[in-house]
Ligand binder design. Structure first.
Ligand code: TXA
Ligand code: MG
Length: 345
């Protein structure tokens, strides 16, 4: 298949919208990462998204809308809390898991009785959804298992020849995927951390928000501290045992996260770099400024891809110290990228 390379002009957005309408696939920029879009109500098109990504078809997709009034097509009811979150965070990097209407295809939601919805904060994405005149189901536009794409060249590297078109826009402002919060239970529950933090959501709702348990067990605190409950965490959450089940966002290179006091981390990275280079390996380092969490979110996936393109054999990454903010969201990705391969210093 020849993939059309489009830009964000009105004419190109209309072309892309026509492709979506006719059941084709279009990658497009959002403020978080690039998405790979299909008409959310077209089961066959959604099935082709799974094929293009090489993704297991039980993994549900996020449905993107361009106006809150489109929610009525997707969910039967909106609680006051949901409305509050819409008012505070949409358009923006917050995805809400809601009860689904039966009309939403099972393919889109992986057979669940819930649907994940968000309104992206990107002109190109909003214009595309409006012109296509349908909600757009879109996972991140990468081959399944690899780092999410935050630049148009990353999308082209993964998707050229596999989909009908790519809309090439600016680099993504946020750089990690949206926060996913489940609004179907008693208490709002964060399933995936992002740049909108638990604290932000608590402040908007005036009530407590919790993290899904597996998220905590798969965090730095969880994998390093047996008293946190990680002792009975699944195999793959233990350091040094990268269970394939949890391999996600993975670079081609081997990757190790170095955790500890910052000076020790720096020294250990230098030491390991020197050792490995003596053995003839090419080593890449990811070490962000201390507390520069927003920047780390913006750069992390792009750094992984650049290092892979440079052909490094080993990536050494310094852990960020943050237990529940944006740094925590970056660490969620970093640990998965490294297959929970952690060295503590
Ligand atoms: O920022 C983002 O969210 C990007 C851009 C393109 O919008 N999209 C994205 O999609 O990251 P994806 O497919 O890579 O991640 C969707 C996440 C997955 O972890 C999936 O399991 C979860 O959302 N999810 C989707 N529907 C769900 C549902 N009904 N219940 C629970 N989790 C759901
Ligand atoms: Mg993804």
């Amino acid at each position: 298949m020849k993939t059309k390379i489009l830009n964000t002009t009105k004419n190109d957005i209309l072309q892309a919208a026509a492709i979506i309408r006719s059941g084709g696939l279009v990658a497009f920029p959002t403020e978080t990462v690039y998405g790979l879009g299909a008409d959310a109500f077209n089961s066959e098109a959604v099935g082709n998204v799974y094929k293009a990504k090489g993704r297991p078809s039980d993994n549900p997709m996020i449905v993107h809308i361009c106006r809150a009034s489109d929610l009525g097509q997707l969910t039967p009811r909106l609680s006051p809390d949901i409305v509050t979150l819409i008012e505070n965070f949409w358009p923006g990097p917050l995805t809400m898991v809601l009860k689904k209407k039966p009309e939403v295809p099972d393919r889109t939601t992986g057979g669940l009785d819930t649907v994940a919805v968000r309104m992206p904060d990107s002109r190109a994405a909003l214009d595309l959804i409006a012109a296509a005149d349908c909600p757009i189901a879109a996972p991140s536009a990468n081959i399944s298992g690899g780092p999410s794409p935050t630049r148009s060249k990353d999308v082209i590297a993964d998707m050229d020849g596999r989909i009908e078109a790519v809309i090439c826009g600016d680099d993504c402002r946020v750089g990690i995927e949206s926060t996913v919060v489940d609004m179907t239970g008693e208490m709002p529950t964060i399933l995936r951390p992002g740049i909108i933090t638990a604290e932000n959501i608590e402040a908007a709702l005036g009530k407590e928000v919790r993290y899904d348990e597996t998220l905590l067990k798969g965090s730095l605190h969880g994998v390093l501290d047996p008293s946190s409950g990680a002792a009975d965490a699944p195999e793959g959450f233990k350091p040094k045992s990268p269970g394939m089940k949890y391999k996600h966002y993975s670079p081609k290179a081997e990757m190790t996260v170095i955790e500890g006091n910052r000076d020790n981390v720096k020294k250990e990275i230098e030491r390991l770099k020197g050792l490995n280079e003596k053995l003839g390996l090419k080593v890449g380092v990811i070490l962000f400024e201390e507390k520069a969490f927003i920047e780390a979110a913006h750069d992390f996936f792009a750094r992984l891809r650049d290092l892979d393109n440079e052909g490094v054999d080993l990536i050494l990454a310094g852990a960020l110290s943050d237990t529940d903010g944006v740094g925590f969201a970056v660490m969620n990705r970093m640990l998965k990228s490294a297959g929970y391969n952690i060295a503590r210093v």
